[in-house]
Design a protein around this ligand. Structure first.
Ligand code: HEC
Ligand code: HEC
Ligand code: HEC
Ligand code: HEC
Length: 473
């Protein structure tokens, strides 16, 4: 009886102090922490553990919280405790007992803040080192690598993520739809390094991922759904401001000419055995290629941008400055088909491509071939298709190869064999079905320069197909 009374009294004082302190939000009062501790004891410890050893989920009622302060981002934690966040376990935390997710205890704003204060003061997991992972140089492409590792290493077997607006994966464990809003980066890193340290005998999984892979997959989870995270853009860095074409020329000779040829004619000693052939840089208007694309293809290699793995990833060999230098060299040296003037490129772009065109493109798999365009070719879809084709598709837009007018003579078109499809040639294009186009855009055309655009949403691909068809009408 007495004990109960003192708890209530403590809570009351805590609340009064809290409202007073609301105007000084940076100061965490001792009594707010105490209130948090009390709330945790009274309302949470029947289901969660806050000290001691972690245990199998089959022996507990809710996730262990001994490391809650280093695990959760504060705004998410507060929203969760105020009942504003959806459940993380779609089939229930204890799916062996009951398959419905249970509604969670809800606290007042003051209570939630007090619990968060308590977490930050007393539940900083001893294993988690602050700033163990540095994401200040984390790029969007690297997040994409992390996502791919997440899929390749069966993580989606038990955790769901969003894929083109659809839930993907098995809902056994926590969902990661917005993990970047919920989890702190250093905690994710430490968890991923050895999951059984946190959740032993709970159906968890230890993956065989390299240290670099761990960095990527952790960065992916730490940024997923967090709109406030600013990805690093290496092509805006000091290395690019200091880029030197002379140094770049030397790198090109030492590393690139073995495939792309001494003069960029695509005739280096390795070229004869490669399909697709190394791009003929001498015929490409490199100065018209966006820096982010050039950076990604040179630093991370062909595969990273949906192209052939024959194009190696150079970042680890020549470093950040080397990549900047060789790009500066290429942009200075290679300005398009007939030499230096970009006027010549403009003329080439106006001329029409070959028609009818020799077309040796492989048929796409059954999964794609029967698809029909579900969208109407109305103004808004055509406009969206145009923007993607001309400007915004990643890792590179389509006009760079297929040309502004769809004739296959973009700034990169002439350096490529087989040539980019000429969309203006109706006698060739009319026999290419919607499903065929869809499959080639998603998967690329193996053995050619046509990249796989895996990151585009289905809807975006269909919008572009409507736009492309216009060129031959
Ligand atoms: C009746 C049991 C129960 C009580 C009482 C309870 N929780 Fe929970 N808690 C759960 C379960 C079950 C989950 C997992 C829910 C889900 O996401 O589906 C959970 C999830 C959480 C999470 C997120 C865990 C994670 O790993 O993401 C936090 C934080 C949390 N609870 C804090 C608290 C606090 C603080 C209290 C007391 C104010 C409390 N809980 C009271 C059962 C409980
Ligand atoms: C066989 C099922 C399974 C697979 C596969 C799996 N996990 Fe888990 N994961 C779990 C379980 C179980 C937990 C503990 C939480 C719980 O009890 O559901 C967990 C928890 C996590 C957590 C902590 C999440 C949180 O909110 O507490 C992270 C991070 C995580 N896994 C990452 C990964 C990664 C990365 C991969 C792929 C390399 C992966 N998991 C593969 C079952 C799995
Ligand atoms: C790096 C150059 C390059 C870029 C960028 C490029 N393409 Fe291609 N594309 C090609 C080449 C080369 C071919 C011819 C492939 C072949 O012969 O199999 C091609 C063929 C195609 C085809 C014809 C498929 C068939 O079965 O005939 C379509 C459709 C297509 N591309 C759409 C696109 C779209 C949409 C984009 C932008 C999102 C794009 N391409 C970006 C080089 C490129
Ligand atoms: C082992 C052979 C090889 C070496 C060495 C090589 N490349 Fe490549 N590179 C290729 C191939 C093959 C392609 C065409 C890939 C495709 O179209 O799928 C390519 C494509 C490219 C592209 C993209 C052009 C386009 O079509 O969009 C650039 C840029 C590039 N390489 C730059 C470099 C630079 C810079 C170096 C040296 C640091 C280099 N390459 C070294 C084989 C090589």
């Amino acid at each position: 009886m007495l004990k109960r009374y003192s708890i209530l009294k403590n809570q009351f004082i805590g609340f009064c102090l809290m409202s007073f302190l609301m105007s000084l939000p940076t100061i965490v009062s001792a009594s707010s922490v105490e209130l948090g501790e009390q709330l945790v004891k009274d309302q949470c410890s029947t289901c969660h553990k806050f000290k001691g050893q972690s245990e199998s989920r089959f022996k507990i009622k809710g996730p262990d919280l001994m490391w809650g302060g280093s695990k959760f981002k504060r705004p998410w934690l507060i929203d969760w405790l105020r009942g504003k966040e959806p459940n993380l376990y779609q089939e229930g935390y204890r799916w062996d007992v009951e398959q419905k997710p249970q509604p969670h205890v809800i606290l007042s704003e003051e209570g939630a803040n007090a619990v968060a204060d308590y977490f930050e003061k007393h539940l900083m997991g001893f294993r988690v080192k602050k700033d163990a992972i540095d994401l200040s140089h984390f790029t969007e492409l690297q997040a994409g690598f992390g996502r791919q590792i997440f899929i390749d290493h069966s993580c989606t077997g038990c955790h769901q993520i969003m894929d083109d607006g659809q839930k993907m994966g098995g809902p056994q464990s926590t969902t990661f739809f917005n993990s970047g809003k919920r989890l702190k980066k250093d905690w994710i890193l430490r968890f991923n390094a050895m999951p059984p340290d946190f959740v032993p005998h709970s159906g968890e999984f230890v993956a065989d991922v390299s240290e670099l892979g761990l960095h990527y997959v952790t960065g992916f989870l730490a940024t997923e759904g967090d709109d406030s995270f600013k990805f690093y853009e290496p092509w805006t860095s000091q290395h690019f401001k200091n880029a030197d074409t002379k140094r770049g020329r030397t790198i090109y000779k030492e590393y690139c000419s073995q495939c792309h040829g001494a003069k960029g004619d695509g005739d280096g000693p390795a070229a004869s055995g490669l399909e697709p052939k190394p791009a003929i840089h001498a015929k490409m208007a490199m100065d018209q290629f966006p820096l982010d694309y050039l950076y990604n293809v040179v630093y991370y290699g062909g595969k990273a941008v949906g192209k052939s793995p024959y194009m190696p990833y150079w970042g680890l060999t020549i470093g950040e400055q080397g990549v900047a230098d060789v790009i500066a060299f290429m942009q200075d040296e290679f300005k398009g088909d007939s030499g230096a003037s970009s006027g010549a490129t403009a003329v080439a772009q106006k001329a029409s491509g070959k028609c009818p065109e020799k077309r040796t493109t492989k048929k796409v798999s059954f999964k794609y071939s029967n698809k029909k365009n579900p969208l109407k070719p109305n103004a808004s879809n055509l406009k969206a298709g145009e923007t993607l084709y001309q400007k915004s598709a990643k890792p590179m837009n389509c006009q760079l190869c297929h040309g502004k007018n769809g004739n296959g003579k973009g700034p990169g078109g002439a350096g490529i064999n087989p040539a980019p499809r000429n969309f203006t040639c109706s006698s060739t294009i009319k026999d290419v079905s919607d499903g065929q186009m869809f499959g080639i855009i998603k998967e690329g055309s193996p053995g050619t320069a046509m990249p796989a655009f895996k990151n585009l949403k289905d809807k975006q691909v269909w919008q572009m197909i409507h736009y492309i068809r216009q060129f031959s009408q």
